[in-house]
Design a protein around this ligand. Structure first.
Ligand code: FMN
Length: 203
């Protein structure tokens, strides 16, 4: 029998580093572009990010604090999720800098912006895929005991999908060919998805 370390998060973990985000990992990164009410673009990575429905497609991201991204989505009802690849990793990281409100992370990180089709926020031109989204709901999280938290779960419906045709093969998006990266265990850890395999669902 292996021996397990057990802890209850509300009482502390007794480890040098909090393992929670190393267990729920790797996580896809939603690199989220928005515009503020004055039309100024904003771009930031969110790894509390995932797909939550497929018909219609929906995604969510969670903001720890009322950051510019959720504030812009709340005000404008629109955002775009850009796929992060290994080639874009360092620039993605730059866009996580705490810049003053209204400062353009596209320019700060040296990223080209391309227009979206259905929503107003631009997408990252070099991202091989991007999802244009309309806001469905912002849910303020609370604990199991009902204590209200400063965490804001933002759910969007995907209303437009961009795919770089270079990664379309036989009608499928060749995700691994883009070298997508994910957030992994601790604060500086990432993975690059490289190995895929197939398995059919039981009948
Ligand atoms: C890979 C990565 C993932 C991140 N994920 C999140 C997240 O899920 N939630 C969050 O609140 N901040 C996250 N951050 C931090 C934000 O990107 C950072 O606070 C950023 O300045 C927010 O920008 P904004 O104020 O323009 O929205 C992440 C940072 C990195 C580098």
């Amino acid at each position: 029998m292996p021996e397990f370390h057990f802890y209850e998060p509300s009482k502390g973990h007794d480890l040098a580093h909090d393992p929670f985000k190393a267990i729920v990992a790797p996580r896809p990164i939603g690199w989220i572009s928005t515009r503020d009410v004055n039309g100024r673009p904003n771009l930031a990575p969110y790894s509390f990010f995932n797909a939550v429905a497929d018909r219609p497609p929906m995604v969510m991201f969670s903001s720890g604090g009322w950051k510019d991204t959720v504030s812009n989505v709340s005000a404008t009802g629109e955002f775009v999720c850009n796929l992060v690849t290994r080639a874009l990793a360092e620039k993605m990281n730059l866009t996580s800098a705490a810049l003053p409100h209204g400062m353009n992370e596209f320019e700060f990180a040296g990223l080209a912006a391309a227009p979206s089709r259905v929503v107003k926020p631009p997408r990252v031109a070099d991202a091989p895929a991007a999802l244009e989204c309309r806001l469905v709901q912002i849910v303020r999280l609370h604990t199991a005991e009902g204590a209200v938290l400063d965490h804001h779960l933002t759910i969007g419906e995907v209303v437009g999908v961009h795919i770089d045709r270079a990664y379309l093969k036989d009608g499928r998006f060749d995700l691994l060919a883009t070298h997508p990266i994910q957030r992994a265990g601790y604060v500086a850890d990432y993975t690059e998805a490289a190995i895929g395999f197939q398995m059919s669902r039981p009948k």
